[in-house]
Design a protein around this ligand. Structure first.
Ligand code: IMP
Ligand code: MG
Length: 180
């Protein structure tokens, strides 16, 4: 088990497992034949997944535009969290096929808010790609079009995801053992 910052980290999805899955996701995305694709990475958690996914998309022949939106949600999954845009995209979405990329789909509040925002701005379509799906935590009717892995209900870190701003740099997804 890797030890990082003095903590044992149990590997849930290894770097090579994620890389293989990203290529499969990219192929599934390419099969949709989107016309004017705008990938929007939801910060901060999705930055590594989005970076790897768009390069896998390149390998399948896709050339999307890429944008970033910084979304913050206050309150945990069990309280009614308020979702806000902290930093918006610069690009026009009207008439375009938008692919939202996020790290984890949990309650669905973050992605529902962001999807509705893009639809209200006139996006032609809004699809959703997430690395991990914690299905049993869902509080909205929302589902992702492209899911890397079903995720058990553990708090996970790495591959862009943090606990208290730590562990984003891990090349794999893991669980902090002990008191984290
Ligand atoms: P929701 O779907 O709006 O409830 O929130 C999903 C967001 O919560 C994700 O984009 C993550 O930023 C965060 N999140 C949920 N579960 C975890 C976890 O296990 N580790 C790190 N971040 C998480
Ligand atoms: Mg997030």
């Amino acid at each position: 088990m890797p030890i990082v910052r003095g903590k044992d980290i149990e590997v849930l999805f290894s770097a090579s497992t994620i890389a293989r899955r990203n290529l499969e996701l990219a192929k599934a995305i390419a099969e949709r034949e989107y016309e004017d694709l705008l990938v929007i990475s939801i910060l901060k958690g999705s930055f590594i997944f989005a970076g790897d996914l768009i390069r896998a998309m390149h390998d399948t022949g896709l050339s999307p535009e890429v944008e970033f939106i910084f979304i913050s949600s206050y309150g945990t999954g069990t309280t009614s969290g308020e979702v806000r845009v902290l930093r918006d995209i610069d690009n026009e979405v009207k008439g375009r096929d938008v692919l939202l990329v996020d790290d984890i789909l949990e309650s669905g509040k973050t992605l529902k808010f962001t999807r509705d925002l893009m639809l209200s701005r006139g996006a032609k379509s809004v699809s959703i790609a997430v690395l991990l799906d914690k299905r049993e935590k869902r509080q909205t009717e929302l589902d992702a079009d492209f899911v890397g892995f079903e995720c058990p209900d553990y708090f996970v870190v790495g591959y862009g995801m943090d606990v208290a701003h730590a562990f984003r740099e891990l090349p794999f997804v893991g669980i902090v053992k002990g008191d984290a």
